[in-house]
Design a binder for this molecule. Structure first.
Ligand code: ADP
Length: 302
């Protein structure tokens, strides 16, 4: 099984023809609430791909929290380790530009900040004979992220970190990370290398290897992803698709990668599987409109 340690949010979406300037009001069109949060998105992605998936995260004691847990369960995610905190649920406000497909996002973490290192450690210990891969991101407190990675590694699980959104990391954590998966912005912020070419992506990747990470998979948007390991430098191309909504593309990629690695694909095959998962997500609205395994396999075999 896969355990995802991370955020669980409700995303409040509104579309606009252009983003407002400071102090300006623009009229939007549709409004919708979608379940989100990088952790929950990635957990739903894994479950939709047919793998037993445990969510370790926190919701608030409000009605949004109940909706969020029901949504996870409906998508096949195990919710036994979702903690109910005595505060509000995490929410995100997302403005989607219909003209450019770009988005602007503000996250209010709420219950994410109530996810403690102790809670996560206990959950992982209870799951130790089921879980092989632990997937985490940076929308929960850093000490919780660090503890989950360290505990998971000490229990011989495979650790995958999606360092999103970009935050500065303690150098001592890298040696516990098997695969780190930044996008270009995060890669640049983590390494200080100006990421503006393929060469610079590998250079930044090598910096992370020097810190002790086993493999770096940098996502490159429509260009796919770059793999840097001590013995490999490779670009794996994206699948060309019609872009509808890129929200959650990185999360779909993470789910695809974790599922592929759980099933013992080699890293190049796994990144191809991840690209296909992300490509299919992009053709649909909403962060959690994740593809099934047969959809991904169809796209790959085309
Ligand atoms: P994030 O959305 O987290 O910023 P990226 O923009 O790098 O991350 O996208 C993540 C992954 O989504 C890419 O590695 C790729 O597989 C896929 N992807 C993103 N944009 C496109 C696109 N225009 N066409 C096909 N695949 C894409």
């Amino acid at each position: 099984a896969i355990a995802v340690v991370g955020s669980i949010h409700a995303d409040f979406y509104v579309k606009t023809k252009r983003f407002p300037q400071p102090d300006e009001t623009v009229i939007g069109s549709d409004f919708a609430i979608f379940p989100g949060g990088k952790g929950a998105n990635q957990a739903v992605g894994c479950a939709r791909l047919g793998v037993e998936t445990y969510m370790i995260g926190a919701i608030g004691n409000d009605y949004i929290g109940s909706l969020l847990v029901e949504n996870l369960a409906r998508n096949g995610v195990r919710v036994d380790y979702v903690y109910k905190a005595s505060c509000n649920s995490g929410v995100a406000f997302i403005i989607l530009n219909e003209e450019t497909g770009e988005n602007m996002i503000i996250v209010s973490p709420g219950a994410d900040n109530a996810l403690t290192p102790e809670y996560v450690e206990n959950s992982l210990r209870q799951l130790s004979n089921k879980v092989k891969i632990v997937l985490t991101q940076l929308e929960t407190p850093l000490e919780t992220v660090y503890r989950s990675i360290e505990v998971a590694k000490k229990m011989n699980m495979i650790t995958i970190l999606n360092p999103a959104p970009a935050r500065e990391l303690d150098n001592s954590i890298y040696k516990f990370i098997d695969v780190i998966v930044p996008n270009r912005v995060e890669l640049q912020q983590l390494t200080g290398v100006e990421v503006n070419s393929i060469e610079s992506v590998f250079k930044a990747g090598e910096k992370l290897l020097d810190h002790g990470v086993k493999a770096v998979v940098a996502t490159l948007g429509s260009k796919g992803a770059a793999i840097t390991t001590p013995w490999l430098r490779a670009i794996v191309k994206a699948f060309p698709v019609q872009v509808v909504d890129t929200t959650g593309a990185g999360d779909a990629f993470m789910a695809g990668l974790a599922v592929a690695l759980l099933q013992n694909m080699d890293i190049v095959e796994a990144v191809k599987f991840a690209n296909a998962t992300a490509a299919l997500k992009i053709t649909r609205m909403g962060a959690q409109s994740m593809p099934t395994r047969s959809e991904v396999e169809n796209l790959i075999s085309k």
